[in-house]
Design a protein around this ligand. Structure first.
Ligand code: SF4
Ligand code: SF4
Length: 483
């Protein structure tokens, strides 16, 4: 198992960047409560107390004075009395003590399989280099052992186990392995009285003959579709170079006919960014999907063998187009989602923290990150924490590596401490941060264009929360719908 954290190629090429001053948006004396200018006033946000509100210039100044314990004028005191009366200025006592719930023992009840390196597509930006590796399939005994392991924990913890497919290739491209894993999992769930949860992230390019099985056996389905036909076909190509858009839409329509719901996960390229509204309109008019997850494309050339650099999208353009697309989405009852601005409060961005994610690759590597799958990845020493042992026929996990993963949380990210998005973004994707950090450590990464996007879209989400509260008769934003 790798022990030394290597620098990603791109970060090494990047050299030392000028040190940026850290954002500071916390209100003096108010702990983890934030205030930023917004519209023609200020947005007050206390994530821990679940409160957000819009204040005008004088209201914002008064609130700052209150938390600094300055002497208040009578009209200022009356505003404060009113806000205190509504519970708007409360700061939970334990606010400054917030820390991640670091799991003391590693006992996953879910497993993600990167069951094959085979792929029916050759997407140009693919971080996993699907179809361009060795076409390995996960050995069935390895997959069954992973299921046995989560089942054991599920019984002890009385938690429903789950299996997901995602990774180095297209899970359904190795059909027999895919089916065998599902069938073994279902059988084990049957034995222990659990109902099986199976999630599949798919490129949607598989034989129509397989649709019935997938609809019947996969509880959650996510299709990768990057935009309108031309945008999607620019990158998500078949091995012969042809576009895959029409095949995927046909697959989705097949699910619509079967009454099966699914989500779309869309990687937004520069071209896709400017056609987001058109894309949402297309989805609304042609298929039944009600949830589209949009993420800006990430240039993986620094951490893979991909040669062609991907043009980075402009943060302002992404935000502007996301906002316009959101209006169209609302007309069709479609939810648009961007991970950094999730409404749910959290201190860790994803399952990479604390080794919560138990992902087993086709080589039997155990990793906490959905994107760090190869032993050659410079980020492997941080995210990969175990391996299948053929002799003992068991997984061996490295406790020190799990401890290191325990430090992947927002409290360990210096740049995030004073950011309004601290408890929603939680430091953003640690793998992407590691790949742009000069040291290779996520904590050392500077601000990225994703920070700009996150901070803007979070404000939008807080405002939407306030508007819906106000429509329900509340005066304050008891912010945040769950995602
Ligand atoms: S670190 Fe980033 S790429 Fe890895 S699992 Fe978390 S969100 Fe996904
Ligand atoms: S990573 Fe997220 S929390 Fe940290 S500074 Fe950027 S937007 Fe803020």
């Amino acid at each position: 198992m790798p022990q030394t954290l290597l620098m990603p190629k791109k970060a090494m090429r990047a050299g030392n960047r000028p040190v940026e001053p850290f954002i500071e948006e916390r209100i003096e004396g108010a702990g983890e409560t934030f205030m930023v200018s917004f519209l023609d006033g200020y947005l007050y946000y206390a994530p821990r107390a679940n409160v957000s509100m819009i204040l005008d210039e004088s209201g914002a100044a008064t609130v700052r004075k209150y938390f600094r314990h300055d002497l208040l004028l009578p009209h200022e005191q009356s505003l404060i009395d009113s806000l205190v009366g509504q519970g708007a200025l409360r700061i939970p006592e334990e606010q400054n003590e917030m820390r991640s719930n670091v799991e003391t023992s590693w006992s996953p009840t879910s497993v993600t399989f990167s069951n094959t390196q085979k792929c029916t597509l050759r997407c140009k930006y693919c971080y996993a280099e699907g179809g361009r590796l060795e076409d390995l399939d996960i050995p069935l005994p390895v997959a069954k052992a992973a299921i046995d392991l989560i089942m054991k924990h599920a019984v002890v913890r009385q938690a429903n186990p789950s299996v997901s497919f995602l990774g180095e290739g297209e899970a359904t491209a190795s059909w027999k392995v895919f089916q065998s894993i599902i069938e073994y999992f279902q059988a084990q769930c049957g034995l222990h009285g659990f109902s099986p949860t199976v999630s599949l992230s798919t490129n949607g390019v598989f034989s129509p003959a397989r649709l019935d099985y997938i609809a019947e056996n996969c509880t959650h389905l996510t299709f990768s579709l990057d935009g309108v036909r031309d945008v999607h076909n620019e990158n998500r190509v078949l091995p012969n170079g042809g576009g895959s858009f029409d095949r995927i839409v046909t697959t989705m329509k097949g699910l619509d006919e079967r009454g099966k719901s699914y989500n779309i996960r869309s990687t937004v390229t520069v071209a896709g960014c400017y056609a987001l509204t058109e894309f949402v309109q297309f989805v609304g008019e042609n298929v039944q999907c009600k949830s589209i997850h949009l993420e800006p494309v990430f240039d993986a050339t620094g951490v893979t063998n991909l040669a062609e650099e991907i043009e980075r999208i402009d943060a302002h353009a992404f935000v502007k187009n996301f906002r316009e697309a959101r209006r169209v989405a609302a007309e069709f009852g479609i939810e648009l989602y961007y991970s950094g601005a999730a409404s749910k409060h959290r201190e860790t961005f994803c399952g990479a923290s604390n080794a919560s994610t138990f992902l087993v690759t086709s080589r039997g590597i155990v990793t906490s990150c959905n994107e760090v799958l190869q032993p050659s990845d410079p980020r492997a020493p941080l995210f990969q924490y175990g391996q299948w042992n053929q002799e003992t026929r068991a997984f061996v996990v490295d406790r020190n590596a799990i401890d290191r993963l325990g430090r992947l949380n927002v409290h360990e990210m210096p740049k995030c401490q004073g950011c309004i998005a601290k408890y929603n973004c939680a430091g953003d994707c640690y793998a992407k941060s590691a790949s742009v950090s000069v040291s290779g450590e996520p904590a050392d990464a500077g601000y990225t264009e994703r920070c700009q996007i996150t901070r803007e879209l979070l404000k939008d989400n807080l405002l939407i929360g306030l508007i819906s509260q106000s429509a329900e008769g509340g005066m304050l934003g008891q912010s945040c719908r769950s995602c």
